[in-house]
Design a binder for this molecule. Structure first.
Ligand code: NAP
Length: 241
């Protein structure tokens, strides 16, 4: 058996229409999985890139959106990738900018993992990969709800891993560094921030969504079966400095 193969597996990726989620969906598909591309926008373009895939409409403005998804069919791999960010000075930060980010980035992740585990625990097998951030470890600037949500994702990943590791479920996370997606367009367009960021990355370049996608395949595959509660930095060395 190839320990990196996902042949015969079914995976659900949230926020699969673009960016990191799209790259993960395509990489899981290349490794042999059937991929359910879930999100609030159409993932038709991503599905068209897959040998075996389908779309599923899920809007995590409702953190319970995925509640029924896992009961009706076997899904072996869950990738919680959907996420949003809001920027403002902390003294001006609004309750809606707090709640919207916490709902999508943290509360939805918790209840989607819970729904997945209810179906996977009786089977004694399942893989969860949460997309965390450098701001699971660092404070960031003017993004308080994002930082709180991603610290929360790291904590939840460890907490759920502790509960479920002995029952055949692997729960891990990836902390992407600075990756070229819509999410980081504003940073890359600001010459000063862009220069400061690049100077600090030992690898000397922004990350590509593909860099994250290959790590997700590893954490979804049998090869990583003894990895539980890890937050894997894929950041060009940023946190090593
Ligand atoms: P992106 O291009 O903005 O993609 C975000 C994805 O989340 C999109 O598919 C988006 O759908 C989806 N989403 C947002 N709100 C949603 C909702 N209410 N319901 C369902 N789906 C929703 O950003 P990205 O860079 O690929 O980010 C993906 C993940 O990586 C996020 O969790 C982000 O925090 C994390 N991350 C990114 C970086 C980076 O440098 N890019 C670094 C660290 C962590 P729509 O297209 O419909 O909005």
């Amino acid at each position: 058996m190839n320990p990196f193969s996902l042949a015969g597996q079914s995976a659900l990726v949230t926020g699969a229409n673009t960016g990191i989620g799209q790259a993960i969906a395509v990489a899981l598909g290349r490794a042999g999985a059937h991929v359910i591309c879930a999100g609030r926008s159409s993932s038709a373009k991503t599905v068209a890139m897959l040998d075996s895939g389908e779309e599923l409409a899920l809007d995590f403005a409702d953190p319970m959106a995925a509640g029924d998804v896992f009961a009706s069919r076997q899904i072996d791999i869950l990738i919680n990738n959907a996420g949003i960010i809001r920027r403002d000075d902390t003294v001006d930060f609004t309750e809606s900018d707090w709640d919207d980010v916490i709902d999508v980035n943290l509360k939805s992740v918790f209840f989607t993992c819970q729904a997945f585990a209810k179906a996977a625990l009786p089977r004694g097998a399942g893989k969860i990969v949460n997309i965390a951030s450098l701001l699971s470890f660092q404070g960031g600037i003017r993004v308080p709800s994002y930082t709180a949500s991603k610290h929360g994702v790291a904590g939840l990943t460890k907490s759920m891993a502790n509960e479920w590791a002995g029952q055949g479920l692997n729960v891990n996370a990836i902390a992407p560094g600075y990756i070229e997606t819509n999410n980081t367009k504003a940073l890359r367009a600001d010459p000063e921030r862009n220069k400061a960021i690049l100077e600090r990355i030992p690898a000397g370049r922004w990350g590509q969504a593909e860099d994250i996608a290959q790590t997700a395949v590893f954490l979804a595959a049998p090869a990583s079966k003894y990895i539980h509660g890890a937050i894997l930095n894929v950041d060009g060395g940023w946190l090593a400095r």
